[in-house]
Design a protein around this ligand. Structure first.
Ligand SMILES: [Zn+2]
Length: 429
């Protein structure tokens, strides 16, 4: 008779199959019909969705939960956010950054978000954010995978010490090479920064993730340079372009040339729909551009696209809850991904596809994968997007790390049911 540490029974997986999952140590030991198996703990997930954990490939943990310090972003623009962050990082301390980041990680765990790629600002001669987040990466390691990107927020060349500090941050153990070519002084400097940053990654064997073309300027074409350098240096499959919002406004003929180049280079795209719908188009009157990159068009070319969250309660964004379903929900609307297949794809974009972008190993719900999963109060992945429901149970690396009681609304209506859960099964596609 099989015996497991934890047995999750009867859950519906995102692909619609119903399976039991047996966990031993930090691995999934068996899946399928495990009726009769013994376990130290049984979690009944009958009728509920069981998903691999949520993954966020684009976040700023050094700035999170700082909203209102030292003031709020009055114009709501990206540029005021950057200058406000410039004020905040002067007064921030390592201890205070650690406390904010750890508080955010608690939120993340409660939402079943168990892997986060966070950019960390390297434009600070003391590298306070780097010191803070390297510490946090170790503290949360038993339950959350935190991957750090060396991010020269004020420009790799534009800021006088950013280049040296970014290299120092990588020497200290930051995982990924970042950049912000559209914020350099000239287009030429932007292209040069893409070149050097990719060379640094190639030399050190690291991944690349640039804030790329986060602007409404249709002539911001650093993604083209990124695709070229990726090819030239053999970095296929190891590079991501975050935001890519200028593509929204680009000439259609140019995009028809650009997308195959991105596909050929194996570059992944990370749009951040909550932030891009908020920050872009601020200089427009009407019609006002949405500013989200061309998601479906990239997917049609075979390009991996993952939804990122970017910000929670910081100089750029006043809301946020660490819920990747909020992110996918906004992306679904702005990119008009409303067919059943497209909605289901939006769910995989905050799970499997983001895991692929981050090169997470052992990710998934198959035998031998790492025993990390989330039980959601929903019947399917599409219903999870609609309800953005409670995470009833979160397991990370074989341990239950969060639980939440089912919380149905109680009605007091004559002749009507006593409680309501707002479930509504989706017909077959
Ligand atoms: Zn960002």
């Amino acid at each position: 008779m099989a015996s497991f540490d934890i047995l999750v029974t009867g859950g519906t997986l995102p692909d619609g199959t119903v399976k039991d999952i047996g966990i031993t140590g930090d691995r999934i030991a068996a899946t399928g019909d495990l009726t009769g198996a013994e376990a130290g703990e049984v979690i009944d997930a009958s009728g509920d969705l069981v998903s691999p954990p949520f993954v966020d490939p684009h976040f700023h943990m050094d700035a999170t939960l700082s909203y209102g310090t030292p003031r709020i972003n009055a114009s709501g623009t990206l540029l005021e956010g950057i200058s406000l962050w410039g004020e905040l990082k002067q007064i921030a301390t390592v201890d205070e950054m650690v406390a904010r980041a750890l508080a955010y990680c608690d939120w993340a765990v409660s939402m079943g978000l168990l892997a986060v790629r966070s950019h960390v600002d390297t434009c600070d001669d003391d590298l306070k954010g780097v010191e803070a987040l390297l510490h946090v990466r170790e503290v949360v390691k038993p339950y959350l995978d935190l991957q750090l990107v060396a991010f020269p927020q004020d420009g790799f060349y534009r800021d006088p010490t950013a280049r040296a500090n970014t290299l120092r941050a990588l020497d200290m153990g930051v995982d990924v090479v970042g950049g912000i070519p559209h914020f350099e002084r000239t287009m030429a400097d932007g292209a040069a920064s893409v070149r050097e940053l990719c060379e640094i990654a190639a030399e050190r064997g690291l991944l690349v993730d640039l804030h790329c073309d986060e602007t409404d300027d249709p002539m911001s074409r650093h993604i083209e340079a990124l695709a070229y350098e990726t090819q030239r240096l053999g970095l296929q499959g190891r590079v991501a372009g975050s935001h890519l919002t200028s593509m929204h406004s680009m000439d259609n003929y140019y995009v028809s040339k650009l997308l195959p180049l991105i596909a050929e280079a194996g570059i992944a795209a990370i749009p951040n729909p909550l932030i891009n719908i908020t920050l872009q188009g601020r200089h427009d009157t009407f019609p006002k551009r949405r500013g989200l990159t061309r998601v479906k068009e990239m997917q049609a070319q075979g390009i991996t696209v993952g939804w990122g969250q970017d910000c929670v309660r910081d100089p750029w964004y006043s809301l946020g809850t660490a819920d990747m379903l909020d992110v996918a929900f906004m992306g679904l609307h702005v990119a008009q991904m409303t067919s059943p297949q497209e909605m289901a794809r939006c769910f995989t974009m905050v799970t499997e596809e983001n895991a692929k972008i981050m090169h997470l190993d052992g990710y998934g719900l198959a035998q031998g994968d790492r025993a990390s999963l989330v039980v959601l109060d929903a019947g399917s992945s599409i219903e999870a997007l609609r309800l953005r429901p409670d995470r009833l149970c979160v397991i990370s690396k074989g341990k239950v790390v969060s639980r939440q009681a089912r919380n149905d609304a109680r009605l007091t209506l004559p002749g009507r049911p006593a409680s309501v859960r707002r479930r509504h099964p989706v017909p077959d596609a």
